[in-house]
Design a binder for this molecule. Structure first.
Ligand code: MSP
Length: 513
């Protein structure tokens, strides 16, 4: 039976061009999508842009262009970024699309039908930059200006007629749901934060604005625009053709396996979204994972300090895969992480160029010279060979489990250790001294090539293009990459060619070297 997996990124505000934080969410989602695909799952991977609300309306006005035209332009830069990042998203949703509007208005009608929406008046603080409401104790005053304590964004007073969603009604059911589904909010530290927020008491949520034109209208009341978060969150089901719950996409992929988000938008995903879904009798996603932030130290980004965070600039300078590798390895997943160009260069030089690239080149050169350029037959594994090969086989289930717990740190450590051990194995076995024992020499070359194959499979979700380049040694194509084959020690075909490949990663000359 085919297993299904549905992963989403947050949909990005096209208020400015994409930055490293956006790239990070997307690359991590792509990592999981690729892993699951190579593990035999049918994967749906959604990303897109969140285009309504005051934030966007004001950004367009500032530029003096039509709001939709503004969105078209910046949404396109996000679409382009998906290509540049080599994402394997299966859909890209824009909240200005008709399919989405239809879906949001339907969800609204469901909420209304179930008496979860009523008309009243909102008086309180609102941050346009966060598109969020704040209570008095979530506000502080700095230099005479009011701002949100959590995000430091400016807030403005709002006083207008508004529809409300009966969030308070869902306080208990939400707490019960968290209790029954302990992995719903991950990682654990974030879960506690959400639970204490809900326990502190949920107030009904303002879900429409009158003083705004850029958005989706409330059905049956043209004067109101649906709150941008109720609009945006619905993207996860509108992409599956909700309200048509009988179509194959929805049936296959809802509930989502995981909504991957940044920790700043946890409340919307772990409180509001599940409450809307409960109220509309729609099953809840299986998991909300709130990752940490990418920081560039205490320092503001600047070229001279070498800590720029523009993904496009970094990719132009170093290439995509080094950036993907670096973000996945160096930012301990779930926590905030500082990134710097210096550490990125270290990663390229030590892990990618030395440990991975060199290993490939060494074994190719040795095999071409000593095994007639063919995958050697006439082999007999000994204890040392089996020890290194078995490591993959005996850890397959554990790796799957770790991935299901989003333990990317375990995954990458496994690869880094395997690379280290593979290099050590090749050095210690000294195949160049085995020319009098051809069977032993062949076995060492076969084993090392088999390890290169296994490590390249595991690297594929992280550095897809480079892993594919390495797999050209064996003429292995993308569709052949199957995680389950990592338990096979005899995957490589005897007597097939060992192909030469280009250098995988160029070492960076460091100024102080
Ligand atoms: N439009 C909303 C999301 C709606 S989802 C239904 C939004 N957009 S955003 O463009 O502001 O942010 C999108 C994502 O990028 C968020 O998950 C946010 O956490 C992430 N990042 C923004 N800056 C970041 C860093 N510096 N580091 C890591 N991720 C951060 O919120």
């Amino acid at each position: 039976m085919v297993k299904n997996f549905y992963i989403t990124t947050p949909i990005y505000y096209p208020s400015a061009k994409p930055h490293m934080g956006h790239a990070y969410s997307s690359i991590i989602a792509d990592f999981f999508a690729r892993f699951k695909r190579m593990d035999g799952f049918d994967v749906s991977f959604l990303t897109g842009t969140d285009e309504h609300g005051l934030k966007i309306q004001r950004a367009a006005k500032k530029k003096g262009i039509d709001t939709l035209q503004f969105c078209d332009e910046i949404s396109q830069t996000f679409k382009d970024l998906s290509k540049i990042l080599n994402l394997t998203n299966t859909d890209f949703i824009r909240t200005t699309e008709d399919r989405h509007k239809l879906s949001v208005q339907n969800l609204w009608k469901e909420l209304e039908k179930n008496e979860d929406i009523y008309l009243s008046k909102y008086s309180g603080w609102y941050s346009v930059s966060d598109e969020a409401f704040y209570t008095e104790d979530e506000i502080e005053e700095v230099d005479g200006k009011k701002q949100a304590v959590s995000s430091k964004s400016p807030v403005e007073w709002m006083d207008e007629e508004s529809y409300f969603f009966k969030l308070s009604k869902w306080e208990k059911p939400l707490l019960e749901y968290y209790e029954k589904n302990p992995n719903f909010i991950s990682p654990i530290s974030r879960k506690n934060e959400v639970i204490s927020f809900v326990k502190s008491g949920l107030k009904d949520l303002s879900v429409s604005r009158k003083s705004l034109s850029w958005g989706i209208q409330v059905p049956n009341n043209k004067n109101h625009i649906i709150y941008v978060w109720l609009d945006a969150l619905t993207n996860y089901i509108s992409a599956l053709n909700y309200p048509n719950t009988n179509n194959s996409l929805y049936k296959k992929f809802w509930p989502a396996s995981i909504h991957l988000i940044g920790k700043d938008i946890l409340r919307f995903h772990a409180v509001y979204w599940p409450a809307f879904l409960l109220a509309a009798n729609i099953p809840l996603p299986k998991k909300i994972y709130g990752h940490g932030w990418i920081l560039s130290g205490e320092e503001k980004m600047s070229k001279s300090k070498g800590n720029i965070l523009d993904p496009i600039e970094i990719i132009e300078k170093y290439g995509l895969d080094p950036l993907r590798y670096y973000l996945i390895k160096e930012v301990s997943f779930g926590n905030d992480g500082n990134i710097s160009q210096e550490r990125l260069e270290d990663c390229i030089n030590s892990d990618l160029a030395n440990n991975y690239g060199n290993l490939c080149q060494r074994v190719i050169a040795f095999g071409i010279k000593n095994c007639e350029g063919k995958i050697p037959n006439n082999i007999e594994f000994q204890k040392d060979d089996l020890k290194i090969l078995d490591k993959f086989k005996s850890n397959l289930e554990l790796i799957r489990k770790k991935i299901d717990n989003q333990d990317i740190n375990f995954y990458i450590d496994f690869i880094v250790n395997s690379l280290f051990e593979a290099n050590k194995y090749f050095n210690d076995q000294e195949p160049w001294k085995k020319k009098g024992d051809i069977k032993r020499l062949n076995t060492i070359v076969y084993t090392t090539l088999e390890i290169v194959r296994k490590i390249s499979f595991m690297l594929y979700p992280i550095i897809p293009q480079s892993a594919l380049n390495a797999l050209k040694i064996f003429d292995i194509k993308e569709d052949d990459i199957k995680f389950s084959t990592l338990d096979n020690h005899n995957y490589l075909k005897f007597n097939s060619d060992i192909n030469k490949i280009n250098i995988l990663f160029k070492k960076i000359e460091k100024e102080n070297d």
